[in-house]
Design a protein around this ligand. Structure first.
Ligand code: OMP
Length: 236
């Protein structure tokens, strides 16, 4: 059976640029978007984005900006110039931080020539590695799902294009924010994979059924002895 991988983003979490580009070449017939996160970005620098683009693929730049509005605005400007297709901030940075990121991204996009579309800006709600107990330790008495919905509404109001959130709250967020808001979902694990440090998880199939626009998956594919074979099995 031919499977649809158009909604699958592969997380390239490695310090080794050659390994990351090898994975891109191996998987690019199926996968259009690859995620460059903190580990690869800190090791290989922004040039890796253009190298992935040169393979005909798009990049989700996952640096989760969370700082004062002026600093995040500057980072958003740089992210737009980097050639990324989407990038993210932490919704818990607050409304003004997100608004400034959006404004800076708009301006940088207008100044930048030959770029087909403004990169999408996503806000991370509650990390998929946190559960309700972790939130209580931080004095957040709301459930993780309730907190995620609250932050998704704030992200929408602040001009974000979507959220990064765990599979469990996709439906509640969709009901709260409508259909034109992107929902990107890490914390997905096929039944045959270990959860590792992820706490709020579901299978790739369940996440797409719940209405995710994209799912993000890393180690179950990239750490497998045969990543292409592992990718083929994520929907079992
Ligand atoms: O923003 C993200 O991409 C992200 C947010 C979140 O709440 N949880 C989360 O796991 N991620 C990222 O998604 C990827 C998940 O990778 P695996 O756990 O290996 O499948 C990692 O690169 C994380 O940095």
């Amino acid at each position: 059976m031919t499977q649809d991988f158009s909604k699958v983003i592969i997380a390239l979490d490695t310090p080794d640029e050659n390994k990351a580009l090898g994975l891109v070449r191996l998987l690019k017939n199926r996968i259009r978007v690859f995620k460059v996160g903190l580990e690869l970005f800190c090791s290989a620098g922004p040039a890796v984005i253009k190298k992935i683009n040169a393979e005909g693929c798009r990049v989700f730049l996952d640096l989760k900006f969370h700082d004062i509005p002026n600093t995040v605005a500057g980072a958003a400007r740089a992210a737009v110039r980097s050639g990324a297709f989407m990038f993210n901030v932490h919704a818990s940075g607050g409304r003004e931080m997100m608004q400034k990121a959006r404004e800076a991204a708009e301006r940088a996009f207008i100044e930048k020539e030959n770029h087909p579309e403004r990169p999408k800006i996503l806000a991370v709600t509650v990390l998929t590695s946190l559960d309700d107990r972790d939130l209580r330790e931080m004095n957040i008495t709301e459930s993780s799902a309730g907190q995620a919905v609250r932050l998704a509404k704030l992200a929408l109001a602040a001009g974000m294009d979507g959220v990064v959130t765990s599979p469990g709250e996709i439906e509640a967020i969709r009901n709260a924010v409508g259909k034109d808001f992107l929902i990107v979902t890490p914390g997905v694990r096929p039944p045959w994979a270990g959860t590792g440090d992820q706490k709020r998880v579901a299978t790739p199939k369940e996440a797409l059924k719940a209405g995710a626009d994209y799912i993000v998956i890393g180690r179950p594919v990239t750490a497998a002895p045969d990543p292409l074979a592992a990718l083929e099995r994520i929907f079992v």
